[in-house]
Ligand binder design. Sequence first.
Ligand code: AMP
Ligand code: ZN
Length: 469
Amino acid sequence: MTVPLRFFNTLSRKVEAFEPRIPGKAGLYTCGPTVYAYAHIGNLRTYLFEDLLRRALIKAGYDVTHICNITDVGHLTSDSDDTGDDKMEQGAKREGRSVWELAQFYTDAFQADLKRLNVIPATAWPRATEHVPEQIAMVQTLIDKGFGYQADDGIYYDTSKFPRYGDFARKDLRGQEAGARVACADGKRNNSDFALWKFSPAGSKRLMEWDSPWGKGFPGWHIECSAMSVKYLGEQFDLHCGGIDHIPVHHSNEIAQTEAVTEKVPWVNYWLHGEFLVMDKAKMSKSSGEFLTLQRVIDRGFEALDYRFLCLQAHYRQQLAFTFESLESAKTGRKNLLDLFKDLGPFSPKDSEEARNHPYWTEFWKEIASDLNGPRALAKTWELGKDQTLRPGLKAAIAAEMDSLLGLDLLLPATAVAPLSPQAQLLLDERAAARAAKDFAQSDRLREQLAKLGILVKDTAKGQEWSRS
Ligand code: AMP
Ligand code: ZN
């Protein structure tokens, strides 16, 4: 791709050109859901922005290893001061299921929502409960290095030992000493200190608890991301994402933990954060029980991709105010856009080649490459749709290229005759990149993903060949 990717990096607060640590490869970690309830549409906005990023990286030719954790323990109702109940235990009590059933049910529901939104699945979805030994080992290292200490209800991280602690969030931490503003848990040294391991309360059995060198208990929320990202992506990797709410607490804590353990700085080169979807509080708060899920949106007569379209209309770094009126106009907009591309008929590999050099595509890509500018890229797609002068085959081929980023099923009515769906083509491209980088485990995973889309891939002397199953 001629125009290289540039992203706004929270680390520097600047737009920077993306340069991978290893040529041709990109390691991406996206903080995943706490599976005690359905994801709300605000959460899904963040996963949609991350999907646009993933697609842009693939399209730019990178072999992407994408890890998305599943938080199935240790996320407390108040993460800012590590108090309150474990959300998983609370959810299990509320619904009368075991915590394990609860986790499985909401993990499946989450992945089903992503599928309906055309979000490409992560390479792996590690669960916190399946990585407790890795988390214990990391906490032990933090204690050994003088960062972890024992308080009454758990092991805490001493943020005063990590002088850069406030840098990521641009926070001034003077005056944060223990008890200065908020009551600290007994034995906690500084207000910004956070739990690495919490003890099970004496005399009561928790639904999820593990033995540790410091007593029975469960890991703090932040440690799972440090432990699992290092396990799957290495001690340093390229990109890490989440919603902006993660900047001051979760991601600041992840950085403090990981850089203290590995002493390799920076742990992550590019941090990207998505702005919030906002609407009235009750609809957005999972704890109120009334929040808006994708299913509720569908029950009101919308398609999941109407919501994807709505999100694409706003830049990921801008707040998006949700109303059903705006979703209604997104639905109309998407229908009108699809109408512009229907009945174009099939396109050939030669059309695709021509498409990749066509100004409609190169201008579209310029917008995507410029910090994932979805709204401006979408404007190019409208221009293409309205163009009456292009050959139908070429127009369809350019639309297919664009849709490999947009994921809107622009050409669905024509896919029966199109060579491959844009998503399958993207995965095939990614597999070619994985093979070029000799990443055969990744190329096998992509073969399985393609098989799920009904595409069988064979490796031949001439490269990959595919057929329909
Ligand atoms: P959680 O399940 O609460 O850990 O959140 C999952 C993801 O959704 C995280 O990346 C959050 O930053 C993000 N998130 C939470 N609320 C919103 C919102 N209203 N709009 C956009 N993203 C959100
Ligand atoms: Zn995380």
